[in-house]
Design a protein around this ligand. Structure first.
Ligand code: MN
Length: 491
């Protein structure tokens, strides 16, 4: 699994007064835990053992080293024995990595017949981690706390979720969005402060004129198009007689991949209003680029493009796709209310149930040739939709739990891929909550990730987080929005 390249350092705290024998046992126990976690396929990253830290100097040095290590995606702390927390202040003051506090214990059970004061003095996380937790609270550190035995399924689940969020934070620092053209004219929610995004999230969001891209498109050779067509043939059914239209998308994709690889871009946006001499809006081209893990946003939506890229990496190795999405139209039948999500073309084939078909249809908007695109059905199952908006003084992440459902009827005249879902707790409450919170029509839909992943990511990125799920009460949510505004304006 590719997420194994992300390392997570286990810093076990103690102090000098315990003596060599106890500290050797602490190290031995930590190694066993690290090995146990690394053998578990549900733990996505690699846990790295570090020798027990015994004093202020060692704590500071370990955290400085973690900060300086590009491969280190997070720091996990655990107080096997008691580690006075004033010693942690200088180290935690400089901590730049995502922070997970483990409250666990090497032994699962109390050895009733054998327990003595030596055992009590070695196995002290019940109070050592409380001392450690205080300094995290006192210093107002963004962190996650998980508790339980280190072999417990829930404990490992909580750790795995946090690791994926930490991967998201690491990916965020490397996001580079290729903006082909600007945002769609007059649209508000897809806009935002790119300087703030660079400062807070590490994103580079760069504009290029469509002409810069067209230079690449014009240089594509027939041989390169043939190779791309062969790739399409392996992955998809070509369900059209208009091969020229498909070849034009292949040309656009070859150009796009070159442009993105040369500039080390991780996501892109297009805008159907700004195509200049392009004969088709890139459709199939964007879809197949998304399949490879790049982010995408339509109409210049660089925030959703970046989030798609980040969430795809966070979900690596999990079941189910992750894709750019748009709330398109409602089904308001009483008792069976649903949202049909799609986009004019660009739905990622990672969502496909079965093999996607390449078809060519009129776009119905804009004035270019009918573009080739992938059309497919999507599976039923639980998922989330995620929107990132700019509130002017901060970013707000809005997450809604959804239940994707099978299409009840064929839609033979709909020429795009789509997803049908029931938002939780119900469409009426979800839609009102989403709109009160300012959520966009664009989102990232994921079958693989959950609200827990996004909550942890928001915590690490120090971002406002609004969750709409089965417990959502509209009165409470409206108060939360008012309170949040006060809190975040003063943060
Ligand atoms: Mn759109």
């Amino acid at each position: 699994m590719s997420l194994k390249k992300y390392t997570f350092w286990l810093l076990v705290g103690s102090q000098d007064l315990y003596g060599e024998d106890v500290l050797r046992q602490v190290n031995d126990h930590a190694k066993i835990i690290v090995d146990g976690l690394n053998e578990d396929p549900s733990i996505p990253g690699t846990v790295v053992f570090k020798p027990v830290v015994r004093n202020q100097r060692e704590i500071y040095d370990a955290i400085a080293a973690a900060n300086a290590d590009d491969g280190c995606a997070g720091v996990m702390t655990w107080m096997h024995t008691f580690s006075p927390s004033k010693m942690w202040i200088p180290g935690l003051s400089i901590l730049k990595k995502p922070y997970l506090h483990l409250n666990t214990q090497f032994n699962r059970d109390i050895p009733w017949g054998e327990i003595d004061m030596d055992f009590m003095n070695l196995n002290q996380s019940a109070h050592g981690d409380r001392e450690h937790g205080y300094i995290g609270a006192r210093m107002r550190l963004n962190r996650k706390v998980i508790a339980g035995h280190w072999t417990d399924g829930q404990f490992r689940h909580d750790m795995a979720v946090w690791m994926r969020a930490a991967v998201g934070a690491a990916v965020s620092k490397k996001v580079r969005v290729l903006r082909l053209g600007d945002n769609m004219r007059n649209v508000a929610v897809t806009e935002g402060d790119k300087v703030d995004a660079a400062i807070r999230l590490g994103w580079r969001v760069d504009y290029y004129g469509v002409g810069d891209y067209i230079e690449y498109v014009e240089k594509v050779t027939e041989g390169e198009i043939d190779n791309m067509m062969a790739r399409y043939g392996e992955l998809y059914d070509i369900d059209t007689a208009d091969i020229d239209a498909v070849r034009y998308q292949a040309r656009e994709q070859v150009a796009l991949e070159k442009f993105m690889q040369e500039g080390e871009f991780t996501a892109l946006t297009t805008n159907f209003e700004d195509l200049q001499q392009l004969k088709q809006l890139p459709g199939l081209a964007c879809q197949d680029v998304m399949r490879q893990g790049y982010g995408f946003g339509g109409e210049g939506d660089w925030k959703t493009a970046a989030m798609t890229n980040i969430m795809k990496q966070m979900a690596d190795g999990l079941e189910g796709g992750t894709a750019f999405m748009e709330d398109y139209t409602y089904h308001l039948e009483p008792g069976n209310q649903m949202i049909l999500g799609a986009h004019m073309l660009e739905v990622c084939p990672s969502l496909a149930k079965g093999r996607a078909k390449i078809q060519v249809h009129e776009l119905g908007i804009g004035d270019r040739q009918p573009p080739a695109r992938l059309v497919f059905d999507t599976p039923a199952g639980k998922g989330i939709v995620v929107s990132l908006i700019d509130m002017g003084d901060r970013f707000r992440m809005i997450v809604n739990d959804i239940e994707c459902v099978d299409q009840p009827f064929e839609m033979p005249k709909l020429p795009v891929a789509s997803v049908l879902w029931k938002p939780l707790p119900d469409l009426r409450t979800s839609a009102q909550a989403w709109i009160y919170a300012g959520g966009a029509h664009h989102s990232v839909l994921s079958y693989a990730l959950t609200a827990e992943h996004m909550r942890d990511l928001a915590e690490i990125l120090d971002m406002e987080y609004i969750h709409i799920g089965k417990e959502t009460d509209l009165e409470q949510l409206r108060k939360e929005l008012v309170w949040n505004d006060f809190v975040w304006k003063n943060k």
